[in-house]
Each structure stands twice: as C-alpha cells, then as structure tokens.
Write a protein that binds this ligand. Structure first.
Ligand code: FES
Ligand code: FES
Length: 158
C-alpha cells in the first residue's frame, strides 16, 4: 500500500506517495528522472546502482524505499557542488577512469565511501575496497589511478 515517504535527495527535501517496498533504484530512475543511477544486475552484485545514504554507499536495486525514510540520499547528480565537480569526478575525467561510463556513477560513489572511511588508502586498500564494483570495459587500472589522485585532493576524505 502506498504511503507518504520523506527523505532528503541531493540536498532537497522530497515527499513521495509510493509503495515503501519499491526499490530505491526505480524510484530514482523512473519517478524522479535521475538516470545517473544505473541498473546492472538488480541483485546487489555489480555496484552500478550505488548511491549514498547518510554518506554511505548503498546498492539501490536492493534497497526498499522504506529504508531511506528520513535519511539523506545522494546520487551522482548531487555530488558536484556550486557547479564544480567533486574531486572524484574530476579525477575520473583526468585519468580516463572510464570507457563506456556505465559503471562510473557507482564507482565514484563507492570510492567516496572508501575515502571517507580511509582517506589515505594504499593501492591494495583501493583494490579491495572497489572489488565488488564491476566494470565490463576493463577500466579498473585507470579507475584505481583516479581514486589515488582524488585521495591526494581530499586529505580529509570528503
Ligand atoms: S544493479 Fe544494483 S548491484 Fe547491480
Ligand atoms: S567503463 Fe564501461 S562498464 Fe566500466
């Protein structure tokens, strides 16, 4: 049954009348038009649908809307601030950390969570931290380079 669900999305208060069991991925993409969040596997495996919930990466394809009630959701569309790309977005561009770009929003938001918890990750910390995000194009090496570069620009990890 539908109910009113309130949360903050990319810095703005949102109220939706929706089924709380619907997955956040489809609410974002279909109801709200935020197509930067990608559908890959739909089973919590690939990481393409990753968003931040209260600043932590979460797989929106397996997250029911009820779980974000009263919380803060950030999608890739909300990461840039005041017209300036987030250092991770800039680093992915500077280091060609993508090919087709399909995995990129999930990669960037997963990397955000990684750097928040570990602002100075080693190479192997990054490999391990990003291990559960899949890239079919094989851009992994450049993705790691981009995250290393972003970490230097974000000494506090945010
Ligand atoms: S689409 Fe959500 S993890 Fe693959
Ligand atoms: S850049 Fe194409 S899937 Fe990663």
């Amino acid at each position: 049954m539908e109910e009113d669900i309130r949360f903050t999305l990319n810095g703005k208060a949102v109220t939706l009348t929706a089924d709380p069991d619907r997955m956040l991925l489809w609410v974002l993409r279909t109801d709200l038009g935020l197509t930067g969040t990608k559908y890959g596997c739909g089973e919590g495996i690939c990481g393409g649908c990753t968003v931040l919930v209260d600043d932590k990466p979460l797989r929106s394809c397996v997250t029911p809307l009820s779980q974000v009630k009263g919380k803060t959701v950030t999608t890739i569309e909300g990461l840039a601030q005041n017209g300036k790309l987030h250092p991770l977005q800039q680093a992915f561009m500077d280091h060609d950390g993508l090919q087709c770009g399909y995995c990129t929003p999930g990669m960037i938001l997963t990397a955000y969570g990684l750097l928040k918890g570990n602002p100075k990750p080693s190479y192997s910390d990054i490999v391990t931290g990003m291990d559960q995000n899949l890239c079919r194009c094989g851009a992994h090496k450049r993705i790691i380079e981009a995250i290393q570069a972003a970490a230097k620009e974000m000494p506090g990890g945010a």
